[in-house]
Design a protein around this ligand. Structure first.
Ligand code: ATP
Ligand code: MG
Length: 152
């Protein structure tokens, strides 16, 4: 049967919930057999809300170390998606953009013309919420495609 190659985007921030989103994105992307394999794009937005990563950003670290620390954070954020995509033989592209997460993610769904965005209900933020974090709430409202929310 002829299939259509779908583009699925997953937003990762290095949290346990975004790893859940990755698992579900892999499951969705891997659901098509044969030559019409789906493509997965994983996105990490570098933002200045460093408090999300204060386990790695202690106060007063030398400026030269900041980019090294970002590299570690990004490597960690992409670790699970890279591992699972390789295991399942799913074509993966990773994208790193600097800016405000929600508007960047929305813009990327349009730029890459994705068919489905997978996002976690919450993320690195430490505040306990009923259901949605600020990034997922804004993305769901503005995305130009369907959004699949992986629940915490
Ligand atoms: N910087 C980011 N880059 C890529 N994806 C992100 C980023 N921040 C959040 N996300 C995505 O959005 C989901 C929800 O995170 P969100 O930031 O909305 O919740 P939170 O961190 O708990 O709350 P808040 O940031 O409002 O304090 C994450 O699981 C992840 O999929
Ligand atoms: Mg957050």
């Amino acid at each position: 049967m002829l299939g259509i190659r779908r583009k699925i985007m997953v937003a990762v921030d290095g949290s346990a919930v975004s790893d859940k989103a990755v698992n579900e994105a892999i499951w969705l992307a891997g659901s098509q057999e044969g030559s019409f394999k789906n493509k997965l794009i994983a996105v990490f937005v570098k933002n200045d809300r460093v408090r999300d990563y204060d386990d790695l950003f202690v106060r007063g670290i030398p400026v030269e170390e900041i980019s090294e620390r970002w590299e570690k954070i990004i490597e960690h954020a992409f670790f699970v998606v890279k591992k699972l995509a390789a295991e399942k033989d799913i074509a993966l592209e990773t994208v790193i953009v600097e800016g405000e997460p929600a508007s960047i993610i929305v813009a990327l769904t349009k730029k890459h013309d994705v068919d489905l965005l997978v996002i976690g209900s919450t993320g690195k933020g430490s505040m306990k919420r009923a259901f949605l974090g600020s990034v997922s709430a804004e993305v769901i409202e503005n995305a130009g495609c369907g959004v699949y929310v992986a629940r915490a």
